[in-house]
Design a protein around this ligand. Structure first.
Ligand code: MN
Length: 198
């Protein structure tokens, strides 16, 4: 769906407690209702003063040369993507066609998970780790700082984990590693597959 100004916050595709016990209800309420909402509100405030930017899509704003616009557009886009990347714990499995692509790029699912976790844990400060499809159609892992987005580099996002402290601090405190390892239980692999072969 192409979003343009004025931007509105979508409802979550599930209840606030749907990701329990991996991600607790309170974290989801604050993350969606406060953090995500604030990116949306800030972006509207910024674009509200700039009539020449009001026709641009959210995706186009990700590569804005104005840092506050880029950061808040990324905040909106990345969280929309993140919510859709998750589902009730334990209900989603990696199906064969995705598994084949993962094995092609990383040798095994275990190796892929290890590399993805390393990207999530290696991101210093706030940011994201991503599974992306590159221009040749192969899979890669990358990470971005702040609310930056791999689309800007011509990569197609397939899966992302938010490693800002606001994503996990209430439940996992400073243990990002525990959050990242538990997070696999809520990944929506059907969504990843859909993004790989739209
Ligand atoms: Mn976040």
């Amino acid at each position: 769906m192409i979003k343009t100004y004025p931007f509105t916050l979508d409802l979550l595709p599930y209840a606030y407690d749907a990701l329990e016990p991996v991600i607790d209800k309170e974290t989801m309420e604050i993350h969606h209702g406060k953090h995500h909402q604030t990116y949306c509100d800030n972006l509207n405030k910024l674009i509200g003063d700039m009539i020449d930017l009001q026709g641009l899509s959210l995706q186009e704003l990700l590569s804005s040369d104005q840092l506050p616009i880029k950061n808040n557009a990324g905040g909106v886009w990345n969280h929309d993507f993140f919510w859709e990347s998750m589902t009730t714990p334990g209900v989603s499995q990696i199906e064969n066609s995705l598994k084949v692509e993962i094995e092609k790029a990383f040798a095994s699912v275990e190796e892929f998970m290890a590399k993805f976790e390393a990207a999530a844990l290696g991101r210093f400060g706030s940011g994201w780790a991503w599974l992306v499809k590159n221009k040749e159609g192969g899979l890669e892992i990358t990470s971005t700082a702040n609310q930056d987005n791999p689309l800007v580099d011509g990569l197609t996002p397939l899966l992302a984990i938010d490693v800002w402290e606001h994503a996990y601090y209430l439940k996992y405190k400073n243990k990002r590693v525990d959050y990242v390892k538990a997070w696999w239980q809520v990944v929506n692999w059907d969504k990843v597959e859909e993004r790989l072969s739209p």
